[in-house]
Design a protein around this ligand. Structure first.
Ligand code: HEC
Ligand code: HEC
Length: 475
């Protein structure tokens, strides 16, 4: 008898929910480009690049470091990790279905499209922190990559192609097989009674659908829902450093960002007071795998999220809180039904294996062993690879065979306090010398790390001063 009642309730709820189904539509397939055979090759190349830490300045951080498949293509932390030595002030977003977003990426909508986002993420000091020349150069020195670029584009790797390939991989990250999708396609029995009742609350008493609508359950608009602040924002100095430097980059006034105890969201982009605390409504299609939630990862469970909305959010710190966020008066049953509905929006987990990455070319190289390599600091800011190549040509070299040679082109011993300016990291392959990275002096500790890890390989550690060359067979 009980079962029959539940089934009836489910069917009634399901049919009224079906009327709402067109407000959360099925996702259409996403075309990558017009040439499917190239698409496949591009997606596969993009997949390798996505997981390849060599596309970051110190070869430590790939896209997948912060967008890991096992964390729903986020990083599982409240606030995202950053490039070594930095910490992000926001939660890393999932990339699943992000190819569908059309009104700006990031929590504040500040990035136009995936094609803008990739070079942005690569170049940003607190993400991958690599410059374009270095990225292209590293790709060229990996024969398998070089061949793959040649096959697809008929030329050596460029930043545009690296971008296209990674974006193509992101296009492949689609989740559209949720129980809700099956329900919307007419399969009412694949949908639990709880989820069906939750759907009614989502569209009715809960008023979630006002902002979470359309195929991704987002209006892609910006709202202040009064999410509580994350204490880490103020307490972790690294978060503050990154936040302040990003705000400066946006052109936000110092008096403003120094006075904030939380992320101003869209305000950073528009610098319009009405946009304080507004964030882009996130899609809800992969929630099961993407905790913690919100721009600052403050909630770990969907129960917490629903309790937050049920309470009508929190205090209106910026005076910009949405009028749509009001106490809901949900019963415990209604809350758990709503959670069941949210869960029904996630399909199966996208399982990805970390690929075996192709190796650098092994070459005969000359290793610079003496301290007479010269100080490049003087011309560092204007140095081109050609200009730098001239100086070491005058220095003494001794021959050895190894993988890559990374040289610190200037500066004092890595432990010394740097003065100012930048140093180059140079790579030498045969007779060719090129800059593969530029580092601020503040990065000095990283070289110490490289040194510590590679001590045994260094021909003469006492030379680890000006012009030291570290032989690093594998990056
Ligand atoms: C150090 C961590 C980190 C690295 C590395 C990183 N990201 Fe992100 N990513 C983030 C964070 C944090 C956000 C949210 C940023 C914001 O809102 O300001 C984000 C946002 C995004 C978004 C926007 C998604 C949306 O829903 O709007 C995309 C797309 C993205 N990243 C792709 C990439 C790609 C591709 C790479 C590699 C080239 C990459 N990221 C490297 C941390 C990282
Ligand atoms: C006024 C528009 C609005 C309404 C109404 C609204 N949301 Fe949201 N929702 C947002 C915004 C904006 C965010 C991101 C807020 C932030 O991070 O500060 C969000 C975040 C979320 C998240 C976190 C997703 C993630 O990936 O981090 C969930 C889950 C969610 N909302 C569910 C709901 C539910 C359930 C309701 C109804 C009870 C609801 N929302 C009502 C705008 C809204």
């Amino acid at each position: 008898m009980l079962t029959r009642i539940l089934t009836l309730v489910a069917l009634t709820a399901a049919s009224s929910a079906a009327a709402e189904a067109d407000r959360i539509l099925k996702l259409p397939p996403l075309p990558v480009s017009a040439t499917p055979e190239k698409d496949e090759a591009m997606v596969e190349l993009g997949r390798l690049l996505f997981f390849d830490p060599r596309l970051s300045g110190d070869s430590s951080t790939s896209c997948a470091s912060c967008h890991a498949p096992e964390y729903g293509y986020g990083d599982g932390a409240e606030l995202s990790r950053g490039y070594p030595g930095t910490k992000h002030w926001r939660n890393a977003q999932t990339l699943v279905n992000s190819a569908y977003l059309t009104n700006g990426l990031h929590w504040d909508g500040s990035v136009g499209s995936l094609l803008h986002q990739v070079p942005g993420a690569m170049g940003t000091a607190f993400a991958a922190n690599i410059d374009v020349t270095m990225a292209e150069e590293r790709m060229k020195q990996i024969p398998e990559y070089r061949n793959r670029f040649l096959e697809i584009w008929g030329e050596d790797p460029t930043i545009d192609q690296i971008t296209q390939a990674i974006a193509a991989y992101e296009h492949s990250l689609v989740s559209a097989d949720s129980p809700f999708d099956r329900f919307a396609a007419g399969d009412v029995f694949g949908f639990s009674p709880e989820a069906a009742r939750g759907q009614v609350i989502f569209a009715g008493k809960g008023n979630c659908v006002s902002c979470h609508n359309g195929a991704l359950a987002t209006d892609e608009d910006f709202h202040n829902t009064s999410v509580p602040r994350n204490p880490e924002f103020l307490e972790d100095p690294l978060v503050q450093v990154t936040f302040r430097s990003a705000m400066r980059g946006f052109g936000v006034a110092k008096e403003v960002y120094e006075g904030l105890d939380r992320d101003p969201g869209l305000y950073a982009v528009t610098q319009n007071d009405e946009d304080m605390g507004k964030f882009r409504t996130p899609p809800l299609r992969y929630l099961t795998f993407t905790a913690p939630y919100m721009h600052n990862g403050i909630f770990y469970t969907l129960d917490e999220v629903v309790n937050f909305y049920d309470a009508g959010g929190t205090e209106d710190v910026f005076g910009t809180k949405s009028a749509m966020i009001e106490p809901l008066g949900l019963t415990d049953q209604e809350k758990s039904d709503l959670v069941a509905f949210l869960e029904s929006l996630s399909g199966t987990e996208i399982v990805e294996t970390y690929p075996d990455l192709p190796d650098y070319e092994t070459v005969e190289v000359a290793v610079k062993t003496s301290a007479g390599a010269g100080d490049f600091a003087a011309n560092a800011s204007t140095a081109t690879p050609a200009a730098v190549a001239e100086t070491p040509a005058e220095s003494s070299f001794s021959s050895t065979s190894a993988g890559l040679v990374i040289g610190m082109s200037s500066g004092t011993a890595p432990t010394a306090e740097p003065s100012s300016g930048r140093r180059e990291v140079i790579v030498q392959v045969g007779d060719n010398l090129g800059i593969i990275a530029q580092r601020e002096y503040g990065d000095v500790l990283r070289y110490q790390d490289i040194y510590e890890a590679n001590k045994d390989l260094i021909s003469d550690p006492s030379n680890l001063a000006v012009g030291t060359v570290l032989v690093i067979p594998e990056l």
